[in-house]
Design a protein around this ligand. Structure first.
Ligand code: CAA
Ligand code: FAD
Length: 380
């Protein structure tokens, strides 16, 4: 067991840290206030290889391992959790799904520009009546011979307004239940595809979340991913990796709040001493440090198992369940350590507290992660 990072991993971590400090930090409060998507920053992330980190260079990616991805995600999320979710969706839901399961033609047409960050993608599974219960898809794709006719509504889609390519999950045969579900690549601008309203959110306000409406959208047969009926298993397999991305986002939010709190506690004085000298504050920092270190280990373990080609359904769920709880606990205490200053925007921790909450909801709620973990341990 080797707990040391390689030189290459350390370089990637440093590059992400530098990028976050110089490019993301300056406008992060304004983007949160105005719900402004980080257009220029995402473009630069693409140029630096952060949007297709794990994709083979022959498809335009950076060819890095999953541990490097966790390192970069933590650094980006430490400063801007909204930019981090754009990165996570593009890398681990869209690019990873296409690289592993798409045809060569689909890879050339869609994966290459996505991995280079020339365009971004979205992953569309959730619906108004199918969130946790993801097999209850109401969106239909009827086989018309050379194309499918897509009808329905997707909800809560991250990158919904800014994506160019969308992976859309739909029911093709109700009788077959989850074996009658398929995944399709849909392009923005196709007739009948409308991007709905942007959600006004508690946190990750710099990322855009939209509903999407499909009315008789013609999807060419060659845009189905994998064999007929593979769509639900595709979505689950992709989400296993996606959960490592969100776990790393949660880890970053927590470690960002911890670093700010530690610095503040060493500077702020109350009762003639720095507040870190009050044991109540010091113990909060000690708890944060332990919990964050444990969350980081779970993220690294899941990523290392992914790189080793192991089944990561359990380890990805464990990392997400734990890191998202740590993000919530840590950010609440970070606001407390900052006192009144923690309650205002200038000090960042109130935003981090709002951003943390979503990590317990999307890519499977904490309750769903416990279902995945408990089913996995029951099988052993
Ligand atoms: N990995 C691989 N396969 C899995 C799996 C996993 N983690 N979980 C389920 N499956 C497979 C099962 O093996 C089964 O396949 P077979 O029939 O071929 O064996 C199939 O999926 C159906 O499984 P279940 O019978 O267990 O289905 P279920 O309905 O009881 O529950 C669930 C499945 C785990 C609850 C699933 O519906 C789920 O994960 N729900 C949460 C949905 C989710 O995470 N949505 C996220 C949307 S994307 C997003 O949120 C992005 C973002 O915010 C940025
Ligand atoms: P529900 O499934 O209705 O759950 C409500 C509550 O019941 C939760 O607490 C849940 O844990 C609990 N519950 C449900 N079933 C069970 C059970 N069997 N046992 C115990 N408890 C249960 N989806 C996408 O497809 N793509 C995206 O890009 C995307 N981005 C998102 C971005 C944001 C900002 C948000 C808010 C959501 C996003 N989602 C996306 C959707 C997200 O994945 C769902 O919101 C999530 O899976 C929960 O589904 P739901 O909202 O329908 O809640």
């Amino acid at each position: 067991m080797d707990f040391n990072l390689t030189e290459e991993q350390l370089m990637i971590q440093q590059a992400a840290r530098d990028f976050a400090q110089t490019e993301l930090l300056p406008g992060v409060i304004e983007r949160d206030n105005e719900q402004k998507f980080p257009y220029e920053q995402v473009k630069k992330m693409g140029e630096l290889g952060f949007l297709g980190m794990m994709v083979d260079p022959k498809y335009g990616g950076a060819g890095m391992d999953s541990v490097s991805y966790v390192l970069a995600m933590e650094e980006i999320a430490k400063v801007d959790a909204s930019a981090a979710v754009v990165m996570s969706v593009n890398n681990s839901l869209v690019c990873a799904g296409l690289e592993k399961y798409a045809s060569e033609e689909q890879k050339q047409k869609y994966l290459v520009p996505l991995a280079k960050g020339e365009v971004i993608g979205a992953f569309c599974l959730s619906e108004p009546e199918a969130g946790s219960d993801a097999t209850s898809q109401k969106t239909t794709a009827i086989d018309m011979g050379d194309h499918y006719l897509l009808n329905g509504t997707k909800n809560w889609i991250t990158n919904g307004g800014n994506a160019q390519y969308y992976i859309v999950i739909a029911q093709t045969d109700v009788e077959k239940k989850h074996k009658g579900i398929n995944a399709f690549i849909v392009e923005k601008g196709w007739d009948g595809f409308v991007v709905g309203k942007k959600e006004d959110k508690l946190g990750i306000r710099g990322s855009d979340t939209h509903s999407l409406m499909f009315t008789d959208v013609k999807v060419p047969k060659e845009n189905r991913i994998g064999e007929d009926g593979f769509g639900f298993n595709f979505a689950m397999a992709v989400l296993n990796g996606g959960r490592i991305g969100i776990a790393s986002q949660a880890l970053g939010i927590a470690s960002g709040a911890y670093e700010l709190s530690l610095k503040y506690a060493k500077e702020r004085k109350a009762f003639r001493t720095e507040i870190i000298n009050h044991q109540a504050i010091a113990f909060k920092l000690a708890d944060m440090h332990v919990n964050i270190t444990a969350a980081r280990m779970l993220c690294y373990k899941a990523a290392a198992e992914k790189d080793a080609g192991l089944d990561i359904s359990e380890s990805g769920a464990m990392a997400k369940l734990y890191a998202s709880q740590v993000a919530m606990d840590t950010t609440i205490e970070a606001v407390q350590i900052h006192g009144g200053y923690g309650y205002v925007k200038e000090y960042h921790v109130e935003r981090m507290m709002r951003d943390a909450k979503i990590t317990q909801i999307y890519e499977g709620t904490s309750e769903i992660q416990k279902i995945v973990i408990s089913r996995s341990i029951a099988k052993k």
